[in-house]
Design a protein. Structure first.
Length: 93
């Protein structure tokens, strides 16, 4: 079920993005990413925790290049979002 939710068979990379969880963070993250790639899946974690960090897992479309990935990461980090993990689904197939 989780792999179906992630769309791993239709994705290229899964980004784990850390944010403060404040209102508008998810909208800002997806706005940045959607300028460069389609989003195949989005899952948010740590919703019920009393922590200051929320994790969002975003699966990028299968046609997303490494160059586009690097641009997305740079743009996210320029807006104070931290990409804490990148899973390469292309090499895992």
């Amino acid at each position: 079920m989780l792999s179906q939710s992630w769309n791993v068979d239709k994705g290229s990379y899964v980004l784990t993005i850390a944010s403060t969880g404040k209102q508008g963070d998810l909208a800002n993250i997806t706005k940045i990413i959607s300028k460069y790639s389609n989003i195949a899946s989005c899952i948010t974690l740590d919703i019920d925790k009393d922590e200051f960090i929320r994790r969002t897992l975003i699966t990028l479309a299968s046609n997303t290049s490494k160059q586009t990935l690097d641009t997305i990461i740079s743009r996210l980090e320029n807006k104070d979002f931290k990409v804490v993990e990148i899973e390469n689904l292309i090499n895992d197939k």
